[in-house]
Design a protein around this ligand. Structure first.
Ligand code: MN
Length: 326
């Protein structure tokens, strides 16, 4: 699997010409967003460029073991750049900077898109977009190898975080032989897999565990075979958990054998957010989500609707067993 040669050549020229480079990724950054942002930051900085990595939201605690994570800013002077590279965003709007700093995208600076989502919208004079890649980090890895840029242990760790998290720790169907070969090459370059395991997969704040406890306690299965989970505002308040603490519980909710799909509803900022997951071969949750104005992948999708959650209890009168007719 090779990315488009013409686009790579255009990127090489743009990088050589650029002095001040801005790197952007999406809001609520995941492992691939943070990993690809920091990997490219480290490589370009080493090449002597002035580089600023930026994200509207702060780096989640579980990725704060990565080198230079504290260099990621949410505030900066928009005028200072001659090249902008947007990572892991299908749409420019996902950066959130189109709202706070629209002048960034007024066409006066060269814009590059590097992404692996099936194209939501086209933007940028240079587009390295290929949905066959499991992660934006794996596109970067191929670029670095192609440009013969030496991959330091720090860069290797950042890239491995992106690849590992976007494949669900090598469990999703996007895990291909070349994914594992790339992971092996990154380990050989010194990627710190034990730090990844410890900080990302074996670290859950107490408040998050308590929130998960509440959610799992109230799990329901509908007669249609849908696993239903709910996190109300009061669940966040009583456990003192943050919205980001909810993320990990969805894997447990989706673990019920033979479920058609699972849905996790949560309240935030006047919205009810739904996260849909499925392991069922015949269910396409992206289709369900799009019916509610959302979207995503076949096995993982979501949507949000304005409103709040209200519990409905139904009561039914049934006959005593001993009185029931034989
Ligand atoms: Mn990604």
């Amino acid at each position: 699997m090779q990315i488009n040669e013409t686009e790579i050549a255009k990127l090489e020229d743009a990088l050589l010409a650029a002095q001040r480079i801005l790197l952007l990724t999406h809001r609520n950054p995941d492992g691939d967003a943070v990993g690809s942002l920091l990997a490219l930051f480290l490589v370009l900085k080493r090449a002597g460029k002035s580089v600023t990595p930026a994200c509207r939201d702060s780096v989640p605690a579980s990725f704060r073991f990565l080198p230079e994570w504290e260099k990621v800013v949410s505030e900066f002077e928009a005028e200072n750049f001659d090249l902008i590279i947007v990572l892991d965003c299908g749409d420019l709007h996902q950066t959130g900077f189109d709202e706070t700093k629209p002048q960034l995208f007024d066409g006066s600076r060269k814009l590059v898109k590097i992404d692996h989502h099936s194209a939501a919208s086209e933007f940028g004079e240079i587009q390295l977009v290929d949905s066959r890649f499991c992660a934006t980090s794996s596109i970067l890895a191929q670029l670095f190898e192609k440009f013969q840029i030496p991959i330091s242990p720090d860069v290797a760790t950042c890239l491995l975080v992106g690849i590992s998290t976007d494949t669900g720790s090598f469990r999703h169907s996007n895990t291909k032989p070349e994914t594992l070969r790339l992971a092996a090459r990154l380990l050989r370059k010194g990627a710190n897999n034990s730090a990844i395991a410890k900080n990302i997969y074996r670290s859950t704040p107490l408040a998050a565990l308590k929130l998960w406890g509440n959610v799992l306690q109230n799990l329901k299965q509908t007669k249609e075979g849908v696993t239903l989970a709910v996190a109300q505002r009061k669940d966040f308040e009583t456990t003192e958990a943050k919205t980001e603490d909810l993320a990990g519980v969805v894997d447990f909710v989706n673990a019920v054998p033979d479920a058609k799909f699972s849905i996790l509803l949560s309240e935030r900022d006047g919205l009810v957010k739904a996260s849909l997951r499925t392991q069922h071969p015949d269910t396409d949750v992206a289709k369900i989500a799009s019916a509610f104005g959302g979207g995503g992948h076949v096995k993982a999708a979501g949507f949000a609707v304005p409103g709040k959650l209200e519990k409905e209890t139904r009561w039914r009168v049934v006959a005593n067993e001993k009185n029931s007719p034989k």
